[in-house]
Design a protein around this ligand. Sequence first.
Ligand code: XMP
Length: 511
Amino acid sequence: MIVILDFGSQYAQLIARKVRALRVYAQILPCSARPEDIQALRPEGIILSGGPASVTDPAAPRMDPQILQLGCPVLGICYGMQLMVHLLGGEVRPQAHSEYGRAHLVSISPHQLFAGVPVGSVVWMSHNDAAVSLPPDWETLASTEGCQQVAVRHRSLPLFGLQFHPEVHHSRHGQRILRNFVLGICKAKRTWRMRDYIAHAIEETRQRLAQSPADARIVGAVSGGVDSTVLATLMHRAVGDRFVPVFVDNGLLRKNEAETVRENFRKHLGIEVVFIDASDRFLEALRGVTDPEEKRRIIGRLFVEVFFSKLRPHDLLAQGTLYPDVIESVSVKGPSATIKTHHNRVREILELMEQGRVVEPLRELFKDEVRELGRELGIPHEMLWRQPFPGPGLAVRILGEVTPERLSVLREADAIVLEEIKAAGLYHRIWQSFAVLLPVKAVGVMGDARTYANVVALRAVESVDGMTADFVQLPWKLLARIASRIINEVQGVNRVVYDISSKPPSTIEWE
Ligand code: XMP
């Protein structure tokens, strides 16, 4: 097995998952783990994760340096590499220019770690600090244009460091490098198989319900998205009618969303969904609010209030929380930074969690794994391959105040984007494609008259798991068509712009 020490990385679980994909078991431990505890696990190798801190900050998370002397190979990634360099006598310094996103390996020394990785390979960076001098007996393995020490190693001990993130999908040969480390250098045996999530989750759910009073049910919110659809199908299979799926119309949905969801569940899965129309309450609560986190909090809280009205005293709550939803709110085991407060981690739900009344069978999974699970459950393709849509809905795509008028503008623009993306045959090839209503107005001219109207941004990204993403280079003709249709068909819009940022540093949603 491989031990992953978590220094608060957004990506620790992703590293674990990439190791699992090699059929090698991986366990995440906090960075404070003691050397003897690690040794007791007899790992074949150790990976030090990245993290948001700077090793130059005295309060930054550390590790016991003895861990580097346990004898098994160690691979430090980003912060993990910098910490090794720092602990062993090299120097790490903040850089004048931070480096986020794509970079190319311009030189690579021949070494097992980089076997099969060509010069020019794209790697994904996310760092402010860099190693400016290496500890004694260390040498450079690879460089990028902006970073000399992008891969380093000890000359005789099996200690390695990577400044980039091999675990993210956008590092082109990242999995190859992890494979070289785990199978080649650590010589880990490929004995672990992805456990049968379905059987395991069903068994666990039945047991949870069996331990609850006889009148208890499992209540779960469904949105029509992949996660809650897979969750609902799984729960329905586990406990039949004792699972109650509830759909809350928060007024922040896309065009025709509610009807489509109701119909899909009925027709394809034979599950009748309980509907609550709470749109007035949501819009009322959001009136005058412009701060993104405040909006998310309000929506989360109100959702819980409305949804909880369906929850009886002994009922359990099922949530389709995925790993990225958890990691960007709070770290599982380490000191990860809060990026956005996801709606399934608001206080009321945390309280229910403390009472042991929350069931989250998908919480260790990533989107592509959930789809795989859904396929095995027999969920139709068109339900599984819907693009993700965030819980707070269009509210996080309306920058500034959410009003019925602005919602209507965005809803129409969004419908056009989806229609055109589908017509171009791109819907299933793109992770997400949507419109964002900006909080600025621009001057335009229509029919010889001056207009002063809204600006809509288009965002289309490709991603495998939502953790990293790159903008899609949509054909100009398609972009022009979408822009022209929005400006002509949606009242109150006179300008359309295209978002060409990657994640990191930009998130997929604008708020
Ligand atoms: P970001 O914007 O953080 O989004 O790069 C990553 C993925 O998560 C979705 N997202 C959410 N999903 N509740 C959700 O269920 C949320 O509060 C939420 N916020 C973002 C986003 O659409 C993207 O797919």
